[in-house]
Design a protein around this ligand. Structure first.
Ligand code: SF4
Length: 335
């Protein structure tokens, strides 16, 4: 990728990988006492992924369950350490800073979770859920917390009078807005949204997506928007990145991906939308289990939906190559 004349990315991940070691269960440990020879399994959840996101950009990260997209989002936000690779925030390796300096810079990157109910403390009132971090980090005084939270609730489309309520007193859509207000409270520049509207009814989804768009314009936010739903991603994203089995297989502007998908896996995803969930169930019923870094598919080693697989595909990882201006795809067919 030509890095000349490009603005400095706000967030950049360079060849980042994340491996998890799946420990032996009790049965395997006992079996090992009798010489079974069971060994711990290493799962390559994210495998040498590079991603640079510039200020104001909305990048949609798409893939099915187990493809590594949520792990990559948590790595971007700093919730998962990197097994290898580099994370840069405004060109700086903030993971190398001491804890205090890192925490301060880290405030610029916030995450919005899929299930706002699970991520909101049920015993706290919204005033504390939303305002606590801003007070702790000295962004507002304790005396000003109430007024500050009222302004944030207003910004996300909630009645400021709701600040004395507990999470269970809100609807799903309202809780999603509380989660967004909480993230905004520490004045982030970059939001990682992990399936942020997946738990909502379709009509509420549209309202919350429109809120994300409005907030981007009002606050000059940058998003990494993680979703299995191509419709959601198309609605919101400037650029779309497709992941499969821990790797990026295609990346291009949203218009380009939806008009001229290059990778056989992306083409299969697009062909199966909008019945993605139904097709996925059928597909898994045939295959037996969800292909993931833990359960790599048999047959074509990399892309079970590819009908063009060559012998080479099973032994050699395809490199990400530019197949059209700013359109990248990882497939041997492009060699
Ligand atoms: Fe198919 Fe091979 Fe291309 Fe993968 S690299 S999509 S298996 S042709």
């Amino acid at each position: 990728m030509d890095m000349m004349n490009k603005p400095q990315p706000l967030l950049e991940l360079r060849e980042v990988s994340k491996r998890f070691v799946k420990s032996l269960d009790a049965a395997a440990k006992i079996a090992n006492l009798f010489g079974a020879g069971a060994v711990e399994e290493t799962v390559h959840a994210v495998d040498e992924v590079s991603l640079a996101i510039t200020s104001g950009e909305v990048v949609g990260l798409v893939g099915e369950s187990g493809c590594g997209k949520s792990t990559l989002g948590r790595m971007a936000v700093g919730l998962h350490g990197l097994t290898s690779g580099t994370r840069l925030w405004k060109g700086e390796q903030i993971d190398l800073l001491d804890a205090k300096a890192r925490r301060a810079k880290q405030l610029g990157i916030q995450m919005i979770f899929q299930d706002p109910y699970a991520s909101l403390n049920p015993r706290l009132r919204v005033q504390d859920i939303v305002g606590e971090a801003a007070v702790v980090h000295g962004m507002v005084s304790a005396a000003d917390q109430k007024e500050y939270v009222e302004s944030l609730l207003q910004r996300v489309g909630l009645d400021p009078a709701m600040l004395r309520r507990f999470p269970h007193q809100f609807s799903g859509g309202q809780r999603a807005r509380v989660g967004i207000a909480r993230a905004l409270a520490v004045k982030p520049e970059f939001l990682v949204c992990d399936e942020a509207v997946a738990a909502l009814d379709v009509s509420i989804q549209a309202q919350v997506l429109n809120l994300f768009i409005r907030l981007r314009d009002e606050l000059n936010l940058t998003y990494l928007f993680i979703s299995h739903d191509l419709g959601v991603v198309r609605h919101l994203s400037d650029r779309v990145v497709i992941m499969y089995l821990g790797r990026v297989v295609e990346s291009a502007s949203a218009d380009e991906v939806f008009a001229r998908a290059n990778h056989p896996y992306t083409q299969a995803l697009l062909a199966s939308a909008p019945k993605l969930e139904v097709r996925k169930t059928e597909f898994f019923a045939v295959k037996g289990e969800i292909p993931s870094p833990l359960h790599p598919p048999s047959g074509c080693h990399f892309h079970p939906r590819c009908t063009h697989a060559m012998a080479r595909c099973k032994v050699e990882k395809p490199a990400l190559k530019e197949v059209a201006p700013l359109h990248f795809s990882a497939c041997h067919l492009n060699d």
